[in-house]
Design a protein around this ligand. Structure first.
Ligand SMILES: [Zn+2]
Length: 301
């Protein structure tokens, strides 16, 4: 048996959209990610299927604090778990008000249906992980790797030969080698993202497990493909963005580019639907615009 297991949270009824990875150890179980508050009962049921109880969770390692990754940490903290998080993300788990306000600006009336409740984590249950920190879970250890690009407060976790890549490893769906880049506002940064991918490649994982979704062999090939995708998107931006298009225009153009890429790769409609469930293309338009204006636009005097 593998040293970890996967729980599919069946987010919004979709298969293979959001994962929680479960690592049994001497004292109980550790989770990579909590998923959102809306799938808390699915997480509970998924763990029960694997013969685990919520009370056995000793540690939760969140890659970053976006609601699809960390929304249920407060609920899990009630069962005594320690929540490990990047220093920049920690204050937002202790007091999620700002995080929820900014998510509400994006999702509006759909907030509750999509993400459910996000409860605060008591400060004494938060453990901040810096880059390179190691947490021992007998007989394993978890290495935190600061990996900005998708978000400034992002860690990937290396356990044995597996990289749990959160969102910095891109989005991938079982049944295809295609990768997509989740680029929500406000922290997208392609240069940081490139550096983070190089750092992950240098760490030499054999398998990669993005939160959206699944476990893949040949991690180096995946990461190389990801580097190429970042370059492609960079070129696309160079072409499209100097005209300062509106978010709606960026959305249209990026949707078209994404569809063409899916066609070329021969993706089935079912795989395309799963990609959209895990990472709606429209989310990226505002992220692209903000990134371009902040870092790339040439300001004329
Ligand atoms: Zn994210």
């Amino acid at each position: 048996m593998d040293f970890f297991q996967t729980v599919d949270l069946h987010f919004q009824g979709h298969q293979q959209s959001i994962a929680v990875y479960v690592i049994p150890h001497k004292e109980g179980i550790a989770l990579i990610e909590s998923g959102p508050g809306s799938t808390f009962n699915n997480l509970k049921a998924g763990l029960e299927n694997l013969k685990y109880r919520l009370e056995q969770i000793t540690d939760v390692f969140v890659t970053h604090i976006h609601l699809d990754h960390a929304g249920a940490v407060g609920a899990l903290a009630k069962y005594g778990a320690t929540i490990h998080v990047h220093p920049v993300g920690a204050p937002h788990l202790i007091n999620p008000e700002k995080l929820l306000a900014s998510a509400t600006r994006i999702y509006g009336e759909h907030m509750d249906r999509l993400w459910g409740k996000m409860l605060p984590v008591p400060e004494n249950q938060i453990h901040i992980l810096e880059d390179g920190d190691i947490v021992n879970l007998e007989p394993l250890s978890v290495l935190a790797m600061d990996t900005p690009g998708h978000a400034t407060h992002h860690h990937a976790y290396l356990v044995r030969e597996v990289c749990f890549s959160g969102d910095v490893g891109g989005i991938r769906i079982p049944g295809t080698a295609q990768i997509r880049l989740p680029m929500p506002p406000p922290e997208l940064n392609l240069e940081d993202w490139r550096r983070s991918v190089k750092k992950l490649r240098a760490a030499g994982p054999k398998r990669i497990a993005p939160t959206h979704f699944g476990v893949y062999e040949a991690a180096d090939k995946h990461l190389l493909d990801l580097e190429r995708l970042i370059d492609e998107i960079d070129l696309w931006m160079e072409e499209v963005m100097p005209g300062d298009p509106s978010v709606e225009e960026i959305d249209q153009l990026f949707q078209a580019w994404t569809e063409e890429r899916a066609q070329k790769a021969g993706l089935s409609p079912e795989i395309i639907n799963r990609f959209e469930a895990a990472n709606p293309t429209w989310m990226s338009a505002a992220g692209i615009q903000r990134y371009w204006r902040k870092y790339r636009a040439v300001v004329e005097e």
